[in-house]
Write a protein that binds this ligand. Structure first.
Ligand code: GCB
Length: 614
């Protein structure tokens, strides 16, 4: 009984400090000190350093401040008689950011706990406040500085930060993070996915120094239907919450002053004339400067509107076709999770070369570099949270977790003009609890950001009694702006030629994006067009699928699955797969397959002649 009570208290405490949203935004333009580089690590599959190792897990408190057995205390023997059975400084190192699977052969398949330690000195300014910021850690991170617990973060792909102002010393700080990537039925994503579960501190780690009262967050965007009215908010954090703040766009001589309320909040609403609107053809960004009593913070923001009108997607009031492609966050050239600005540049350059103007960042939030660079390079983005396949729809903690990941993503990227769609989920079987879950997510997304479109990658079904007629019989269609759906006719069932006889009945006056189609091919494997795994089969499949999609009246965008081959623990066919999902238009090394050119030709044609298919 005592153990159960302890476990319940622990779970309660966990849920309290896990979902608090205190995210600081616009990290790239703030005063930061990197903690990237070599970190010592200890692989701890039995969680020895977390629970007192002489007892079983539930009989121990995971917060053993001062207990030398707890690894986050970074203890050292004080004399020759003291026995301490770990030592970070004599343990191996690995690079942060970076997943552990691709850095250490022995950790390739590892799913469990790894402890990381970084030592550093830091002198902060007299009245500054300091936070430790993580771009992402997969999946659960327990963070400690100098033996004090800062908090827990759950969710492998979104940023988080903790204040360390009062714990930080000028010399010999030790930051210890327990990262655990075990999969759980009730987690988001759940146990089964079709991508590699890369563990570790997979994104940048930084110290962020801000003023005592600082600009924690803000939004600035163009009001729909206008080209000169700006809306948004500003949120200060600190003792002097109520003060005057100015927002300036120097290039168009726009300056606006507002007073924040007792909670540090103010709405922004002002005019800026002669703004050149952001678009993929002309990705104009403006320097925006926010100035409070104690600090000045700049950002580079593009202004555009995004809406739907009947079956059209309207960017700045004009109908567009989304020439897209899906991508995972992986760099197959190097192996492992993509994490750097160079990785983002490689992805976006490849997308440009394909003739695309749109990426579906599947199936979870990618790193911030991608959205920042997409703003600069003029590429539109679909951003998604890992509500994938069969989540525990009825568990309220699972819902809170998913909603929190969505909050963190929207908080981070809401000022990026490139991001036009928030996606709630991928291929989630219809049921009442699932519908309720997704509807709450959609409501939440709209409350945080009323300016963007909301969608989800849904599933198609055959019409009853008419196997060749496809419908989207999903009630969630009513709740989203864009009808997004995946379909694999010619791969998971049927031949590529069977696409020719398929009729689509999408009885909705909404634009449709076909969020996935495709088939596997091993780059360099050639044969007849009916021979699976050959480039010719994939090429033929692309031809027949695209011809079929052109017959859908609502067809306004497509993101084939997928730009490059990616690692998946579900793909076991020797020689062909060997642990890789082969649906890429390129191999993991970037070598193009024949189907690449089918898609590229379509995109060039749309660029030259528009998209009037019907
Ligand atoms: C899907 C999933 C995607 C998979 C893909 C496949 O429908 O959304 O994550 O990787 O199919 O290759 O089967």
């Amino acid at each position: 009984m005592k153990n159960i009570v302890k476990a319940l208290v622990f779970i309660l405490l966990l849920s309290q400090n896990t979902w608090a949203n205190d995210l600081i935004t616009n990290i790239p333009n703030r005063k930061t000190t990197t903690l990237n580089g070599k970190w010592h690590y200890i692989v701890d599959p039995y969680e020895n350093g977390f629970y007192n190792y002489r007892q079983d897990a539930f009989d121990a408190s995971p917060d053993l401040e001062g207990n030398t057995a707890a690894y986050y205390n970074n203890a050292k023997p004080k004399n020759v008689s003291e026995r301490i059975e770990y030592d970070f400084d004599r343990s191996e190192t690995m690079m942060v950011p970076g997943d552990w699977n691709s850095q250490k052969e022995k950790l390739f398949y590892y799913e469990g706990t790894v402890w990381y330690k970084k030592s550093f000195d830091y002198k902060k300014s007299a009245d500054g406040r300091v936070f430790v910021y993580f771009g992402g850690a997969n999946y659960r991170a327990d963070v400690y500085l100098n033996g004090k617990k800062l908090g827990v973060h759950i969710g492998g792909f979104t940023p988080f930060n903790f204040e360390v102002t009062d714990i930080l010393k000028e010399k010999d700080n030790f930051l210890i993070v327990k990262v655990d990537n075990k999969r759980y039925r009730d987690a988001v994503p759940t146990v089964n996915t079709d991508w590699w579960n890369y563990g570790g501190l997979t994104r940048d780690v930084k110290l962020v120094e801000v003023a005592n009262t600082f600009i924690k967050d803000y939004a600035l965007r163009l009001k729909k239907g206008t080209n000169n009215q700006l809306l948004g908010f500003i949120q200060l954090d600190g003792a002097k919450a109520s003060q005057k703040v100015t927002v300036e766009i120097p290039e168009v001589n726009s300056k606006y002053t507002v007073k924040t309320d007792a909670n540090g909040y103010a709405e922004l609403k002002f005019k800026a004339d002669k703004l050149q609107l952001w678009s993929p053809e002309s990705p104009k960004l403006y320097k925006v400067v926010l100035t409070s009593d104690s600090e000045s913070l700049a950002d580079q923001i593009g202004f555009r509107t995004i809406e739907t009108k009947g079956m059209d997607i309207m960017l700045n009031g004009k109908s567009i076709f989304l020439r897209g492609i899906c991508s995972h966050e992986e760099n197959g050239m190097r192996g492992g999770r993509a994490f750097s600005e160079e990785d983002a540049y490689m992805l976006l350059s490849r997308v440009k070369e394909l003739g695309a103007n749109f990426i579906r960042l599947a199936h979870y939030p990618h790193n911030e570099y991608v959205a920042r660079l997409a703003d600069e390079m003029g590429i539109l983005l679909w951003e998604e949270v890992p509500v994938y396949w069969t989540i525990s729809w009825e568990n309220p903690e699972t819902y809170k977790n998913a909603e929190n990941q969505l909050t963190e993503l929207i908080t981070r990227d809401k000022n990026r003009a490139s991001v036009i769609i928030w996606s709630m989920a991928n291929e989630t079987p219809i049921s009442e609890p699932r519908n309720k879950f997704l509807r709450s997510m959609i409501k939440h997304a709209r409350s945080l950001d009323p300016s963007r479109l909301v969608s989800a990658a849904l599933e198609k079904h055959s019409k009853e009694g008419e196997p060749n007629t496809m419908v989207i019989g999903d009630p969630i269609v009513e709740d989203v702006d864009i009808l997004g759906f995946n379909q694999y006719i010619g791969w998971y069932g049927g031949t590529p030629e069977s696409c020719d006889n398929v009729k689509w009945e999408l009885n909705y006056n909404k634009p449709a994006i076909i969020t996935e189609f495709g088939g596997g091919a091993l780059q360099g494997l050639h044969g007849a067009s009916n021979e699976v795994w050959t480039e010719e089969y994939q090429e033929n499949l692309y031809k027949h699928t695209l011809d079929m999609l052109k017959r859908i009246p609502q067809f306004r965008g497509v993101t084939p699955w997928i730009l490059t081959d990616f690692r998946s623990p579900r793909r076991h066919l020797p020689v062909v797969q060997d642990g890789w999902n082969r649906k890429g238009l390129m191999s993991e090394k970037g070598e193009k397959k024949k189907a690449y050119y089918v898609l590229q030709n379509l995109y060039i044609d749309i660029i030259n002649n528009g998209f009037k298919f019907k």
